[in-house]
Design a protein around this ligand. Structure first.
Ligand SMILES: Cc1cc2nc3c(=O)[nH]c(=O)nc-3n(C[C@H](O)[C@H](O)[C@H](O)COP(=O)(O)OP(=O)(O)OC[C@H]3O[C@@H](n4cnc5c(N)ncnc54)[C@H](O)[C@@H]3O)c2cc1C
Length: 461
């Protein structure tokens, strides 16, 4: 099938690589790209001789959806919602359907996505492959919990319907498997019943990391969605000060009379963009410290029952189309860890390390996860998760992140592959105890090594 050479990066814009981009409109045309290299693989030596990987909307932060010198299969044209049953909320979709599309289709009959990451510009394929989590992980688990089955094109081109009952090994290798077991072409997703499209939100401003952890724990017991936005540069008695926002979908009676006529209103609408000439280097320790201070001071000490839209509560960053450009041409590195409960001292220590290094993380989010699922490489586990993003050119960043890796390993935690750009294969093996199982399954499933990504090569996944 036709392809064109493109240069791709992830959302952090740090590690470009070139590949042949193919955009099949059906599973049948994608299947040809998953044959072993050789004439059947698309040309002399096969265009896929350097491997093949799937790509959704490119919202993973580094190069999980890239394959230097090989083939990247975009699911952009496989974006039909095949069926959405308004009575049960069971949606069957092609893999390139975005969470935003599902919201637009489901909300009029009272259905919302079961799990939403901090952006709705994520495909169903990408949500399964990274087994994404949202603010409701403590009650709802990660995305795959709500996926009864998916259709997977295996390396070699065979199409298989995979369920956790009939094929648990393949199911749990694909959940969080970063595209390395095949191309998901379609999936069923059980949507979540909601009474309105507004969220009733409580906001609490906390003084330090200890209070932040206490409030998060309390709110987990009473709210379906919780998260803390933290000031990563605060030090001393203010270390880890945060604004905790927690909420649940509002009932019809919670809406003002004027809003009840259209309880499921949801208008993703036009979004602002970052101008092309946006000055690089504007995100630095001084501007981030000032922004954190202003944003913290502006937050109420306590506010209860505020009604917020889906966009404001779940996807504030989606309001600016290409916000990743504010970091300039150097891009930025995301880093996210989870540490098990009991490792609270290590959470505190991580805040100390970050603030001491004066490393300006613009978006710093702390939350508690519930139990993880059996995904071999699935990220969530019961404990504390902290997401950070730093301009890639931050002085001393490599040393800081190496130190955080060490802390994570010592505490029995792990980092998130959808965001990773620099962990070593050795460190990863210490973080993911089932990595060897994943590699063994891959070796049996894909003996010709058809599937590969820049991420899988670096980490020998
Ligand atoms: C602003 C922002 C906020 C975010 N917040 C969160 C969050 O709160 N929680 C969270 O978990 N994640 C979060 N993420 C990360 C994001 O949810 C994941 O990286 C997700 O996988 C991106 O989906 P995508 O469709 O863009 O996939 P891509 O980035 O294109 O690909 C991601 C991985 O999925 C694989 N893949 C994609 N489609 C398929 C397919 N059809 N078949 C097989 N494999 C496939 C790719 O090979 C790659 O390994 C956030 C990202 C951004 C930009």
């Amino acid at each position: 099938m036709a392809s064109r050479t493109v240069t791709l990066t992830g959302w952090g814009r740090i590690a470009p690589s070139s590949a042949e981009l193919a955009e099949p409109a059906s599973a049948a045309s994608a299947a040809g790209l998953l044959k072993p290299a050789g004439p059947a693989g698309g040309g002399p030596g096969g265009v896929n001789a350097r491997g093949v990987i799937a790509r959704g909307l490119g919202r993973s932060y580094n190069n999980a959806a890239q394959c230097a010198g090989g083939v990247v299969i975009s699911t952009a044209r496989m974006n039909r919602i095949i069926e959405l049953d308004p009575a049960t909320g069971l949606a069957t979709c092609e893999a390139g359907v975005s969470l935003e599309q599902l919201m637009v289709a489901g909300l009029p009959s009272g259905w919302f996505v079961p799990v939403s990451p901090g952006t709705r510009q994520v495909t169903i394929g990408g949500a399964i492959a990274a087994d994404v989590h949202g603010k409701n992980h403590h009650v709802a688990g990660s995305f795959v919990t709500h996926v009864p089955s998916f259709d997977l094109l295996l390396p070699g081109g065979e199409l298989r319907t995979v369920t956790r009952q009939a094929d648990p090994a393949l199911f749990w290798a694909t959940a969080g498997g970063m595209g390395l077991t095949g191309l998901i072409v379609a999936a069923t997703v059980q949507l979540k019943r909601v009474a309105t499209s507004r969220v009733r939100v409580d906001t609490v401003r906390t003084a330090d990391i200890d209070e932040t952890m206490v409030v998060l724990a309390e709110h987990d017991a009473t709210f379906g969605y919780t998260v803390a936005w933290s000031d990563s540069l605060a030090t001393g008695v203010s270390l880890g000060r945060s604004v905790v926002t927690s909420g649940d979908f509002a009932e019809l009676d919670d809406l003002p009379a004027a809003g009840r006529a259209d309880p499921f209103a949801f208008r993703p609408g036009a979004r602002l963009g970052v101008p092309a000439g946006f000055p690089p280097g504007l995100i630095n320790r001084y501007t981030v410290a000032a922004a954190n201070e202003a944003w913290y001071r502006k937050a109420p000490r306590l506010r209860q029952g505020e009604l917020q839209t889906i966009g404001t509560f779940f996807h504030p960053l989606d309001g600016i189309r290409n916000w990743n450009r504010v970091y300039g041409p150097g891009g930025f590195r995301q880093y996210q860890y989870v540490l098990p409960f009991g490792a609270e001292a290590a959470v505190r220590r991580s805040f100390e390390l970050i603030s001491k290094a004066r490393a300006p993380s613009f978006v710093t989010v702390l939350k508690r996860f519930g139990e993880g699922d059996p995904g071999l490489l699935s990220f969530p586990m019961a404990g504390w998760t902290l997401a950070l993003d730093f301009p890639a050119r931050t002085p001393g960043l490599a040393g800081l992140l190496d130190r955080l890796d060490q802390l994570v390993i010592e505490a029995g935690g792990r980092v998130y592959l959808a965001k990773d750009s620099r962990v070593t294969a050795d460190s990863l093996a210490q973080m993911y105890p089932r990595l060897a199982e994943f590699r063994k399954l891959r070796a049996a499933l894909d003996p010709d090594q058809i599937l590969a990504s820049d991420l899988s090569r670096r980490l020998a996944l």
